[in-house]
Design a binder for this molecule. Structure first.
Ligand SMILES: Nc1nc(=O)c2c([nH]1)NC[C@@H]1CN(c3ccc(C(=O)N[C@@H](CCC(=O)O)C(=O)O)cc3)C=[N+]21
Length: 290
């Protein structure tokens, strides 16, 4: 391996320390702590793990975590009522409704109901529009974390070729908007892109967010590129065991790249750190301290 490892866990840990200090300052000025409500519908095992991690991260940062667990058969109207209650609760600065939601619930209707000023996930159309037009708002946590990691190894992004593989509303599109805002030349590639390996090879900054285990091979990577792997895929390893892999074939890509994120320990921990940062920012705005 020749690439430098981008240690997301370490970057996230130092950010979280700084956030904890800033939370303490906020509490001293505002006379209250920031609050984050996390709503989990159903009992998906992976979602339960993420929600637990978020709760622990909140506690460590001095943010009050309000956890709402609802049964898998919760109706859209009932979830909507929970969201409206959280919108009206002054102790709640940020609201996160864990995705995916069960099939009887229209996720877009729920996301639209979250107050844009409490939307610390940055999924509300108002915040997507603010990001697209360069206005201040909430930026989705995963792409925001990716941008931090990219800047930690390549601070000057002006004029760089960036290729984002994946066009989701929660990662690919906001990632592209952030890179464009940093003056990169941005290509969004996806499953229908012709000659995807060739397009990927143009990238000085390659972000993989497709959800296909180890799809990006070594010969898709330009020598010297920065590679950010957003994928978290659980696959079978030795009989009876599983392991986590990204969307990038790590061994191959790290022989070619200048710097690369691992999975786990790369983008995932940054997502949670950014959620804390967005929650603190929401609290400052609500308290008139932004
Ligand atoms: N409304 C909403 N907002 C989200 O931000 C959201 C969501 N729904 N649904 C699920 C995804 C997934 N997600 C992760 C966060 C942290 C890690 C993370 O910290 N991963 C560690 C450990 C992974 C493990 O061991 O399972 C790592 O990559 O090193 C992973 C995944 C947030 N999500």
């Amino acid at each position: 391996m020749s690439a430098a490892l981008i240690d997301g866990k370490a970057v996230a840990a130092s950010l979280r320390e700084r956030i904890a200090d800033d939370v303490a300052d906020f509490a001293a000025s505002a006379g209250r702590v920031p609050g984050l409500a996390v709503v989990l519908v159903g009992d998906d095992a992976a979602s339960a793990v993420y929600v637990r991690n978020k709760a622990a991260a909140c506690a460590a940062a001095g943010i009050a975590g309000h956890e709402h667990r609802l049964p898998a058969d919760t109706s859209e109207e009932a979830l909507l009522a929970v969201v409206l209650g959280l919108n009206a609760d002054p102790s709640v600065d940020g609201i996160l409704v864990q995705l995916p939601l069960p099939p009887q619930i229209d996720a877009s209707r729920i996301l639209a109901a979250i107050s844009a000023d409490k939307d610390v996930d940055g999924f509300h159309a108002t915040n997507a529009g603010r990001l697209a037009t360069g206005l201040p708002g909430f930026v989705p946590c995963t792409p925001l974390g990716c941008l931090h990691l990219i800047r930690s190894v390549g601070p000057d992004l002006r004029g760089a070729e960036a290729v984002v593989i994946g066009r989701s509303n929660i990662v690919g599109k906001p990632m592209a908007a952030l890179l464009l805002g940093a003056d990169c030349t941005v290509t969004i590639a996806h499953s229908r892109t012709r000659d995807l390996p060739e397009v990927a090879r143009r990238a000085d900054i390659l972000v993989a967010a497709v959800g296909r285990p180890e799809m990006v091979r070594g010969d898709w990577v330009k020598p010297g590129a920065i590679v950010i792997d957003v994928g978290i895929n659980r696959i079978a390893s030795t009989p009876g065991r599983t392991k986590l892999v990204g969307d990038v074939h790590f061994a191959e890509a790290s022989a070619v790249a200048r710097a690369i994120t691992p999975v786990p320990g790369g983008v995932g921990p940054m997502t949670i750190a950014m959620l804390l940062a967005n929650t603190l920012e929401a609290a400052r705005r609500h308290a008139g301290l932004a």
